[in-house]
Design a protein around this ligand. Structure first.
Ligand code: URA
Length: 494
């Protein structure tokens, strides 16, 4: 049995796992010890640190980036089983000959890691929503105001959550203090220090009052749903929120305020022309494809489930022939945000779910950082089948769909749009934009908000995550990534 000690950071586990892998140590021979628990004090030093394998050994296996992304998020969970569970997954994926393991959601290890990832993603989202900065002073030298926030996330997600604050509050000096780890930004650099007890956090100030005013102004009594509010703003976070003190008062006031709102004329929501426009477009398609698309007499009247079944029978273009399966959209039917990509890739084609491959991981992580929980978003593609050409070895290389193919697949994504009716529509890349906007579009020229009120209240055009992956590492990639994050943040704030 090999006793291996790990520190709190993901990198500590990753380095140890790499060495173990290089030496071919199977998971059942590893006993993971949390160095923070002090148990490693009794270990001989040579056991705590493992010698690396030879370069040849290290090169003999490749770790899929999807696993690294999953493990990085899952690591932030506090479940003590994670070093062993993640190492076993890594082993099975690489040396164990199960390269598609991550697409087996019923596997106990995969399920556990996914549950941890989701829990951490939720904590990040809550942190983005509920961190409130207080003004604590001004730096004597620079004259810059300094802000501090106290937060108690259930997981160790500070490092995963802070890029959002760096972007959002780039121009101010701030610290986010948590019991586990603290993050500090001085306008240029981000650094981390150990966690703090709450009694060392500076007290209330005028920003708290500002938050309360803001919350009062956005509070809409007609939308008052106490259970949903509790869900969105769980009680454990209330104690640190200045506006939370207002909630009982606002709830008590809400009934009379709602009655006043109902009595005020002109408050009825205006009829939304969006679906009419989409129905019209679909009708035109129906005439063209009445013979090839089943149930096409009124696609927009189908439920998502019926629509997905119908899309699986589509023979309007020849792409279905070489695809393993139809990859339909996924997500809640009442999602506020819908994201449209180009087409399923190699992995999506095998597992049947959108955005599960490397580009999908980039998208999902960026969404979490921007405050969008992927499971709350309807994710889909302009094309429902994978178009590919043979690549090196068993690899299938993505091929860009032809204009005509995009046009032929358009009814499906339009019908999804008509059914979901999101407030925010995010188009990833030129193909999604061409499909939904019905014209040729260059993302590099039109990135950001685009005018298409017939599709959704807010339509945002941004890069396709594969484009970000293809850019060489360096300033161009960093800039594009920052722009991508800004666009997703725009979607999340809507
Ligand atoms: N790229 C896409 O556009 N969609 C997917 O589902 C995966 C990769």
């Amino acid at each position: 049995m090999r006793s291996v000690s790990f520190g709190p950071g993901f990198e500590s586990w990753r380095d140890q796992a790499r060495k173990l892998m290089a030496q071919g140590v199977p998971p059942e021979e590893v006993d993971w010890t949390d160095a923070a628990q002090g148990e490693s004090l009794f270990q001989p030093p040579e056991e705590a640190s493992i010698p690396t394998g030879t370069p040849a050994e290290e090169q003999s296996w490749r770790v899929p980036s999807a696993f690294v992304n999953l493990a990085r998020m899952a690591w932030a969970h506090v479940d003590p089983r994670r070093p062993a569970v993640l190492y076993r997954l890594l082993w099975r994926l690489t040396r164990g000959g199960e390269p598609y393991l991550l697409h087996v959601p019923t596997d106990a290890g995969v399920r556990l890691a996914e549950d941890w990832r989701k829990a951490v993603a939720r904590d990040i989202h809550k942190m983005h929503s509920f961190v409130r900065f207080r003004l604590v002073g001004t730096d004597g030298e620079s004259g810059r105001e300094q802000f501090v926030a106290w937060f108690e996330p259930p997981s160790r997600c500070v490092r995963l959550a802070v890029p959002f604050f760096v972007k959002r509050f780039a121009g101010m000096d701030w610290s986010i203090l948590t019991p586990d780890e603290c993050a500090h930004w001085d306008g240029e650099t981000l650094h981390f220090t150990p966690g703090l007890p709450k009694d060392q956090v500076p007290g209330e100030d005028n920003l708290d009052a500002l938050w309360r005013t803001y919350y009062r102004s956005i509070f809409n009594p007609a939308r008052l749903k106490v259970a949903a509010m509790r869900n969105e703003m769980p009680l454990k976070y209330w104690k640190n929120l200045p506006e939370a003190r207002l909630i009982p008062e606002l709830i008590a006031e809400s009934q009379p305020r709602m009655e006043t709102m109902l009595e005020t004329p002109g408050r009825e929501a205006a009829p939304v022309p969006r679906n009419a426009y989409i129905h019209q477009l679909l009708k035109r398609h129906d005439e063209v494809f009445a013979e090839t698309i089943p149930a096409s007499s009124d696609l927009a009247a189908l439920s998502l489930e019926e629509l997905h079944k119908a899309a699986a029978c589509c023979r309007a273009c020849p792409l279905w022939e070489q695809a393993t399966r139809t990859v339909n959209g996924e997500g809640p039917e009442n999602a506020r945000v819908m994201v449209v990509g180009e087409q399923p890739g190699d992995q999506e084609d095998l597992c049947g779910k959108p955005f599960t491959g490397p580009a999908g991981q980039v998208l999902r992580n960026a969404m979490v950082m921007a405050g969008l929980e992927p499971s709350d978003v309807y994710l889909t593609n302009a094309m429902k089948h994978f178009k590919w050409i043979p690549g090196a070895g068993r690899r299938r290389k993505h091929a860009t769909p032809a204009k005509e193919e995009v046009r032929q697949c358009r009814p499906w994504v339009l019908a999804e749009l008509a059914r979901v009716r999101p407030a925010v529509l995010v188009l990833l890349g030129n193909t999604a934009a061409a499909s939904l906007l019905g014209r040729e579009v260059k993302v590099t020229q039109e990135r950001g908000l685009v005018q298409a009120p017939e599709l959704a209240e807010r339509v945002i055009l941004t890069y396709h995550p594969s484009h970000l992956l293809r850019l060489p590492e360096g300033p161009a990639q960093e800039r594009a990534m920052a722009e991508f994050m800004a666009d997703l943040t725009l979607a999340s704030e809507a």
